[in-house]
Design a protein around this ligand. Sequence first.
Ligand code: BES
Ligand code: MN
Ligand code: ZN
Length: 491
Amino acid sequence: MMKVEFTSSDKYEGAVVVPVFADNRHSVGADALDEASDGTISRSQKGSRFTGKSGQVLVINAPSGVKAQAVVLGGMGDRDAADVLGWEAYGARAMQAVLCSGAKTLVFDQRDLDAPASARAAFGALLAAYRFDKYRTTLKDDKKPSITAIRVICSDSAAAKAAFAPLSETAEGVCLARDLVSEPANVLHPEAFAKRAQELEEFGLEVQILDEKDMKKLGMNALLSVGQGSNYGSKLAVMSWFGAEDRKEAPLVLVGKGVCFDTGGISLKPGAGMWDMKGDMGGAAAVTGIMRALAGRKARANVIGIIGLVENMPDAAATRPGDIITSADGQTIEVQNTDAEGRLVLVDALWYGLRYKPKQIIDFATLTGAIIIALGHENAGLFSNDDALASALDAAGKASGEPVWRLPLGAGYDKLIDSKYADMKNIGGRGAGSITAAQFLRRYVGETPWAHIDIAGTAWKDKSDDPREPVWATGYGVRLIDAFVAEQCES
Ligand code: BES
Ligand code: MN
Ligand code: ZN
């Protein structure tokens, strides 16, 4: 655990980072360092291509006259244009620059900046310090992170500390989601995931786990049909947070696809790249991370997180292409492709969520490869039956740096999943694969304001330009919904 403190004392140690604005305009901290080092900072700027442009970083090691192992200049561009996301990225880049440098403390000198800027810089640094190294046994000492503490020097340290407190819970939620997505499926199978969800009771969440017997009784055969080839029992975990003044107030319900491993089932996937399908529970991870964050920061809202946990395996007991199943709400489904399993898990989990009479219901799923073709890794796909909900999510995406892009729904797409033998089939044609998947879900939610967020392109990335994100699992969705709840439910 990273130690984070806010202080008004200007004591330096470890690595010290100061902001520099466009055209090399110094912050007060940069000026102080320049003076103490007899102009070394200015000379380093002149002797390099550093100009204070947003995104630039210049590391100056052991300048004389300064009690620090290193000084880091972080370019912030135009001072008036710097927003909270800019400060997050600034903090993240500073952390990236010195995480494994040998310095133990990263000191931000923000003494002429306001509390939100200071808090966001620390938040960005925390997100950038994330690593998933637990399975490495031969990591060389000089490749191991050395930073164990963040110290922020600011004028109003009490205000900065208060602004940071909820963000530190959000960061915990993001890192939990990253951990869950990164865990391999031999470790994080449905039963193990359910246990991890149960452990969140420690934060004041009410957690209930349904097993196969419970779900059979409820008729949740769509979800169960996906897991029936697995050696692990399928689970539904329900995590509830009642933070609104009135416990009876209609909740926001979040639903997550938790396919702990997706082989494709009998419609087996090709071998190359199949290992990434350990992350096919990214929707469930996002929902779990969000619940952890909301409980941690005691959000003033009622929110229920429901995750469907299954493993999609080929097996003598597995569902076959052509099988017809009956979902919990009574609609029948012809399973033409056992690799289109996420929607089967989601519709029964959505059905369960609708029993809470939610004011809104939002699902997260690594649902379709087609969303990567459409949007790449920059935006998650957003589908909704409600314009107000869609625009609120769009705003939360912009505010949090986890953007969504809305795609259409409509009757023309809906008819593509009509089946010859049942109410619907679980695949459309070759075209509009992400939309026909969303239409499938649409048939279950009625008039309840609903949004579906396809995170197949954003739950993990092979490489990212965002300094806040590690190499693979991003934790996408936690910051988005955290911002959504703050804006829509708490204010
Ligand atoms: N989990 C996959 C979607 C996916 C693909 C997530 C790549 C992340 C990266 C999903 O279950 C799936 O297999 N979808 C199929 C649907 C098709 C059979 C209609 C797909 O996208 O190919
Ligand atoms: Mn699949
Ligand atoms: Zn899948």
